[in-house]
Design a protein around this ligand. Sequence first.
Ligand SMILES: [Mg+2]
Length: 747
Amino acid sequence: MNAHAAERRRLIIVSNRLPFTITQEQGELKFTESVGGLATGLRTFLASLPDPQSPVSEHVWVGWPGGTVDDALKSAVRKKALSEYRSFPVFLSEQDIDNFYQGFCNKTIWPLFHSFPGNVQYDREYWNQYKKVNEAFCDALQDLIQVGDLVWVHDYHLTLLPALLRARFPLTPIGFFLHIPFPTFEIFRLLPGTWRREILEGILGANQIGFHTYDYMQDFLRCTLRILGYENNMGEVFLNDRLIRVGSFPMGIDFQKFHSAASSPEVAREQDELIRSLGTSKVILSVDRLDYSKGILNRLKGFETLLEESEHLRGAVTLIAVVVPSRIGVEDYELMKKQIEELVGNINGRFGGVSWTPIIYQFRSLPFHSLVAMYAVSNIALVTPLRDGMNLIAKEYVASRPDKTGVLILSEMAGAAKELGEAILINPNYREEIAQALREALEMPEEEQIRRNQIMQIRLRRYNVTRWATDIINELINVTRREETVFANLITPPKRAELLHRYHDASRRLIFLDYDGTLVSYTRRPSLATPPEEVLKILRSLGEKGKNTVILISGRRKSELENWFGTLPIGIVAEHGALIKEKGSEWKMLKPLMADWKPKIIPILEGYADRFPGSSVEEKEYSVVWHYRGTDPEQGKLAAMELTDDLHRFTANIDLQVLQGQKNIEVRNTGINKGTAAAYWLSNERYGFVMGIGDDLTDEDLFTALPADAYSIRVGIGRTQARLSLRSPKEVIQLLGNLAQGDDRSA
Ligand SMILES: [Mg+2]
């Protein structure tokens, strides 16, 4: 990286919601700060930006300001948003809100990603609107993004955006963070084929992709392998032309804010009031947004079981159940609210009396100080979601206990459980387990409470929300730097000019070209990779030039290559060098080879083809191949390892080699490779320009056989002996096109 690396850069945050909400009252605009976890967390991070150590110098926030805004007022909103909130609003229409936000976001992705497949709606209108809104965000960013900016896209509303941006801004570093769980493959694949592919491809438009936990990250990587066929190495996904890094970053809270608020006079006042009304009863706190993923009913039932089984606790414990209004007007949510209120009524009727109400139920939003006061008076926080991406309530409770007492009961289905192992972890589906955890918490000695909270507080203080965001942004910068080193051998315009110059200057030129993965992209079935007209045209025009010797050097069978390329003015190498054909001559063998071993090997490969659907055996004259591109990707990879092992054992005493190709395993005679084939031509004559292009392991033999001043070019990225690289077959064709076009001066 150049000297700009140390420069601090502008950050563009993109999330569905802006950190404020606009409402229109009698034509007047009102801006209210949003209280969601993301808005609050990032606000804390952004407030830290004056710190010269931060990689970010300034920011802009792009998102929806909530509700709809009359056209006439939009420019006023834009102006105020930019000047007072450094924000750039993306306005949504009624239809967007219905089909994108209420629809695809909240009725498709939300339930599916939280593993509630029964609640998922599959609606084409929702999907179309989701695509449209993602495109609208992309359009909004079009004029905003400048060279040097970092872009950070948030959450499940905008999964298609990274790829849309990537298409328009190939070099801009883009991060993506998912704040909800990523589901397992079995759940994710319930989405229709095009949706699931577009969502994965969309997210993979980012350079850096973050999840709250290692599990979500693994589930995402498994889906990209099984659905798109992209392998990863320790979370790094290499695409032809890009490097993507996937990692887990558990989102933190503003620890200090909660910690010091808990000792503030305002909180103390509210706390006193609460204590007065609750008396000596031990307090259990439950706070959630109204949502089926939060497991509120299960929790109430768990408390009911506690009261049923432990008579002595009746009158001695009180559950404060705060439900924060959410998605008002959505049917499922209205129904759930009714069920919660009925259950609370039942429990209170059954166990309560004049002097004691078992559950104090509140359906309302809590202002910050009231929330902290609740945390401060509660002996136990009961946080038992059925599924939750992270859950910040659990962290906030621990932070709001300055004397370090208090017990956190936490669902193991919440992302936060991965960090807060000192909590009492429970399975939220089983009411007896909730009741048992409550008993354990009520009996826990104070020293033990302090011991546990102390460990958790240290962790939460260190990995706070500012650290979380800074880590992710540093990682984003690192990934783009690493990508630059990985692609350092790429043929840049000056290198290309030099290559063209050398080509034109040479009176004799030798060019080796691999076929699959070099001149054409891979297809699911190797037999389908018929050469396109464009490739044939370029090969002919290069081969026709008197100064050129062009050799197509492939692992394929003679018959296939002869069929496709036999009439072209070029040389051909088949089966990685077993058979060669000079321009205008007949096929011949480079050295005498035996094929009597084939009947022994073929049955082994056929056994694998039978066991692993989608794989096949190909018999060539002097080699046999097991192709597994069509198999289940995870199974195919393991099977390939197993087969390689089998073959190594079997061929130990025979003059054979076992080679791993791109999704195939080949057995052939030793001493034959593309390098020995290339040597045949290299030893014939002196050439002023030598070039070899290939994409896989078998081409490495070619690269090493070429003279030191030759142009060896690897297609795609990975470890290679080649001096240069190109991203894709498309770029190879472009380069060859440049060579073919240039008229031979003094030809
Ligand atoms: Mg190849």
